[in-house]
Ligand binder design. Structure first.
Ligand SMILES: [Zn+2]
Length: 329
């Protein structure tokens, strides 16, 4: 009897250990619910990102690569990006099959997605390119670059450059996500009060509607939700982040900084910052500003590098993983 009892205890102990290990593996092996908290811990500065859970990142990456290899072998999923160096020969004759595998267009890389956003998120290696403060005289060139690779991005727009607001419509038409940034990029005005914030938001939302025929669903706060520039109005970000979500919007911050907002004007340095940031993430939300030509000049190299290294580029949606900074006001 005793012997049976101790065997039973032994089995229970093993079961308990396996359950704990199971939880650990779910946490680190599969990008499902849990790891998004991880992004929420991380704010802008690369030093903070370094001090975080970056040591576990290579493990996650390995798992992902294995998963995607398995998916290819079993035919249950197909990686999207393929490199073509041959002369383009397809033109009018391309078939449904070549379309799903990616194809050469003028000899360039071409992203064709055959998996859903959720499937790609589970697989990892997803890059969300986001551009704030436009449209400007540089935005058309940016849209051309994105179109060349069939890459979709996200534009958090303003109403500042009247001559270029038509590009909001073009961005939407070409499959990009258009989100709300602000009409006037003036912190003192926008964060003066809740009423002031929503009055400005209404203006930019109306402009987006006028240009695209649809209301925006996504929001990026000027300066991000972690901004301290609004501290002249104590607690405004705590209140606005709640109110915006109560009204049915989703707001997004970022977890990869390009450094184009003042740290550097060197395209090479911007490229370096973005690549380094992306390498630390399974899901990267990159912040750039399409008001700077030297930042736009970085985009093509990032796309080519990303595609050649098995990343996919997606536009943010209501279903994208939450990337929130800690609120500092
Ligand atoms: Zn901005």
């Amino acid at each position: 009897m005793r012997a049976w009892l101790s065997v039973l205890k032994g089995v229970m102990a093993v079961g308990l250990v396996m359950a704990v290990l199971g939880i650990l593996f779910v946490d680190f092996g599969v990008v499902t619910d849990v790891p998004w908290e991880y992004f929420e811990q991380e704010i802008q500065g690369s030093t903070e990102i370094d001090s975080g859970p970056s040591e576990s990142a290579p493990e996650i990456r390995e798992t992902k690569e294995q998963d995607s290899q398995n998916a290819e072998e079993t035919g249950s999923g197909q990686l999207i990006v393929e490199t073509y160096t041959a002369e383009p020969t397809m033109g009018e004759t391309f078939t449904a099959e070549t379309e799903t595998q990616g194809m050469a267009v003028n000899g360039a890389l071409w992203q064709e997605l055959t998996l859903s956003e959720q499937q790609l998120i589970e697989r990892g290696k997803v890059i969300y390119l986001t551009f704030d403060d436009g449209p400007t005289r540089h935005t058309a060139e940016l849209l051309d670059i994105l179109a060349k690779y069939n890459v979709k991005a996200t534009f958090f727009v303003t109403g500042e450059s009247r001559d270029y607001v038509g590009l909001i419509g073009r961005a939407k038409e070409e499959g990009h996500t258009v989100g709300i940034h602000c009409f006037y990029h003036d912190y003192k005005t926008v964060y003066a009060s809740e009423r002031a914030y929503f009055a400005d938001m209404q203006m930019i939302d109306d402009l987006i509607f006028e240009q695209t025929g649809e209301r925006a669903e996504l929001v990026r706060f000027p300066g991000g939700s972690s901004n301290q520039v609004s501290r002249f109005n104590k607690g405004i970000m705590t209140r606005l982040t709640k109110l915006v979500e109560e009204k049915g919007y989703r707001y997004f911050d970022w977890n990869v900084l390009s450094g184009d907002a003042g740290e550097t004007r060197e395209t090479a340095e911007i490229i370096q910052n973005i690549k380094e940031g992306i390498l630390k993430k399974d899901i990267a939300v990159v912040l750039q500003h399409d008001i700077y030509d030297y930042s736009i000049a970085a985009v093509e190299e990032i796309i080519v590098w990303g595609m050649e290294n098995g990343y996919v580029f997606l536009p943010l949606t209501m279903d994208s993983p939450t990337i929130h900074h800690p609120i500092a006001n």
